[in-house]
Design a protein. Structure first.
Length: 246
């Protein structure tokens, strides 16, 4: 059987657990060899999922130096990179913006937004030289709507969406397609940082009346990263069960 991603190499940041792990599994199932970048490279979640990545690299996506090093090591191990999924992210504090800790603001922006810039800055020259590639950035409904009490996270994710639009226009003739997904709530360990009230309020906003499943994110990202997605770039694909119809 000819798998859609056969012969391709993908990097998934934050792939040790949660949504990233689900994306990594979907890409591998569709034929790609997959490198996982994470701070937590000994995650039991990988073993629990019975998933064997083709390469694992300890990378702090908030550090350009670490991203450059991780990219070089990945190319060394797997030969080339065709797909980059910028997924690693943190929620940060839940607090009114006027009380939001300044240090946490900088950390959230570094992990959720600077990381996307760093990953692209390092991967794009490689992809352009190879004659193409796919980048998928994991944004959030928070970046489209702005969610109360997570202003740092919302601002970072809005930044990811705008960055993706700019980069897509710059790359449109290079066969490097760059898109976002904007998920609503998925039940992952990110929930540990959120209050029950915040989780309940988020569910109430989803017309389908349920949380998003990780497999649904994996399937969509794998399609966006595949040759079948050929005429869409700079777009934010919706994963909100009807909450955002724009
Ligand atoms: N869970 C949700 O409801 C939801 C909704 C919308 C968007 N998202 C986004 O999806 C992405 C994944 O979220 P998740 O729910 O799977 O989170 P998670 O906390 O379960 O997993 C995040 C992974 O990223 C890694 N990570 C964190 N900081 C890192 C760093 N500096 N360098 C490298 N790796 C790092 C963690 O070790 C972990 O493996 C995030 O970008 C998040 O904002 C999540």
């Amino acid at each position: 059987m000819n798998l859609p991603l056969a012969g391709q190499v993908a990097i998934v940041t934050g792939g040790a657990r949660g949504i990233g792990l689900g994306i990594a599994q979907a890409l591998q199932r569709d034929g790609a060899r997959v490198a996982i970048w994470d701070l937590d490279v000994n995650a039991t979640s990988l073993r629990d999922a019975g998933f064997s990545p083709d390469h694992v690299e300890r990378v702090d996506v908030a550090s350009l130096e670490s991203v450059e090093h991780g990219f070089a090591r990945t190319v060394e191990a797997l030969g080339h990179v065709d797909i980059l999924v910028n997924n690693a992210g943190i929620n940060g504090p839940v607090a009114p913006c006027w009380e939001y800790p300044v240090d946490a603001w900088h950390t959230v922006l570094a992990v959720d937004l600077n990381s996307v810039f760093y990953g692209c800055r390092v991967a794009i020259p490689h992809m352009r030289a190879r004659g193409g590639g796919r980048i998928v950035n994991v944004a959030s409904i928070a970046g489209k709507e702005g969610v109360q009490f997570i202003s740092g996270y919302s601002a970072a994710k809005a930044g990811v969406i705008a960055f993706t639009k700019s980069a897509a226009k710059e790359l449109a003739k290079d066969k490097v397609l760059i898109n976002c997904v904007a998920p609503a709530m998925v039940e992952t360990e990110l929930f540990a940082e959120m209050s029950d009230a915040h989780i309940d309020a988020s569910k109430a906003k989803i017309p389908m009346g349920r949380f998003l499943q990780i497999e649904e994110v994996g399937a969509m990202v794998s399609w966006i990263a595949s040759p079948a997605c050929s005429f869409t770039t700079g777009f934010t694909f919706d994963l909100t069960g009807g909450r955002a119809t724009y």
